[in-house]
Ligand binder design. Structure first.
Ligand code: NAD
Length: 321
């Protein structure tokens, strides 16, 4: 079995490789060649932690495994390490033998950013110039860096409930040589693409804060009860998702479906657009909304790419199990 420690991931994984891995696995999911297993997520009654497993099998890519981990809210204050902790385990699909154990913390950020980036590549208008951010926490910087590679953006605008965090995304705009402007929520009407990445349980972005023709990647809602955008916005949009069951169960669509504003059957897998079995955006006025809840197969796809790279680079540690 190979071990790829967390400290090696930054040197091995690129945004391009994460994009390719996630795009391929979304395509495989929509073609019925890859599927996710039911998610387990439990409050363990210790250290206030939420712990669980996200697993799946990609028959097309021959990747089998799971990500184990979760959220330990006191880590940073008590132990000086980040609160999100995860590890990916891969197994040989032919024999069930363990194949690799891979640090999953940075990979989670990269695969999440890759998902919204894949949605922008396939659904945003080609002439998009202004990107708007709702959220400015840990994930937001990864999201923005990946998104900026998808169109010839000329300006970044952003809103965050805690304005003192906005320098996180202003810094990414500066890295890319782009101007950044802090706006109020109605100011997001100037955006052609909007990424939402907050941990909110109540909507911030309302339906009338979004202009016709906008593409939204809603990435923060990954748990029952969370919500970033007004449910009525989904009724104005064509809604796409990484996986429809997760979208209606723990994603942004949970609210719009429960309120009868959209039908589950109207939600389209992003992979169908990648595969060309759904046209995606069909007009410049259409609002497209990607509900990215984060599936286990994304984790397995990027971990598998890292293992290949680590073995090639002679960095992977081999152990007997
Ligand atoms: P973080 O703690 O670093 O940042 C949280 C962000 O949410 C900040 O911008 C904060 O100002 C904002 N926020 C907090 N409370 C808010 C409220 N009530 N209203 C509006 N904004 C509020 O977290 P992070 O690591 O950046 O993660 C952000 C979200 O993304 C979390 O909900 C996390 O679970 C989710 N996430 C999703 C995926 C996925 O695959 N979809 C993957 C990883 C994380």
């Amino acid at each position: 079995m190979w071990i790829i420690p967390e400290r090696e991931i930054a040197g091995l994984m690129t945004r391009e490789a994460a994009f390719d891995a996630v795009e391929k696995v979304f395509a495989a999911m929509a073609a019925g060649d890859a599927w996710n297993f039911p998610v387990v997520r439990e409050a363990i009654g210790h250290a206030d932690a939420l712990y669980g497993f996200k697993g799946g099998f990609d028959r097309a890519g021959q990747v089998l495994g799971l990500k184990a981990g979760g959220y330990w809210p006191n880590n940073l204050a008590t132990h000086g390490i980040i609160n999100h902790q995860s590890t990916v385990f891969l197994f040989d699909p032919d024999t069930g033998r363990p194949h690799a154990m891979v640090g999953g913390n940075l990979l989670t950020a990269l695969r999440t950013a890759a998902a919204s980036s894949v949605s922008i590549r396939h659904l945003a208008r080609g002439d998009a110039k202004v990107i708007g951010m709702v959220g400015a926490g840990h994930q937001a910087a990864f999201q923005l860096r990946a998104a900026l590679e998808q169109r010839a953006f000329e300006k970044v605008i952003g809103w965050n409930l805690h304005p003192e965090m906005l320098p996180n995304i202003a810094g990414v705009a500066a890295e890319a040589g782009l101007p950044f402007e802090a706006v109020d929520l109605p100011g997001l009407r100037d955006a052609d693409v909007i990424v939402t990445i907050t941990s909110s349980f109540a909507p911030s972005l309302m339906a009338d804060h979004v202009s016709p023709g906008t593409h939204l990647a809603c990435m923060g809602t990954d748990t029952k009860g969370k919500q970033e955008v007004e449910a009525a916005l989904l009724a104005r949009a064509t809604v796409f998702a990484d996986e429809i069951a997760q979208s209606t169960g723990i994603g942004e669509a949970q609210h719009a479906v429960a309120q009868g504003l959209i039908a589950e059957g109207a939600i389209v897998e992003l992979g169908a657009v990648i595969n060309g079995t759904h046209p995606g955006r069909t007009s410049d006025d259409e609002i497209t909304l990607f509900d990215g809840t984060g599936v286990g197969l994304q984790d397995l796809a990027v971990a598998s790419a890292v293992v290949r790279r680590a073995i090639e680079a002679g960095i992977a540690i081999e152990v007997d199990v």
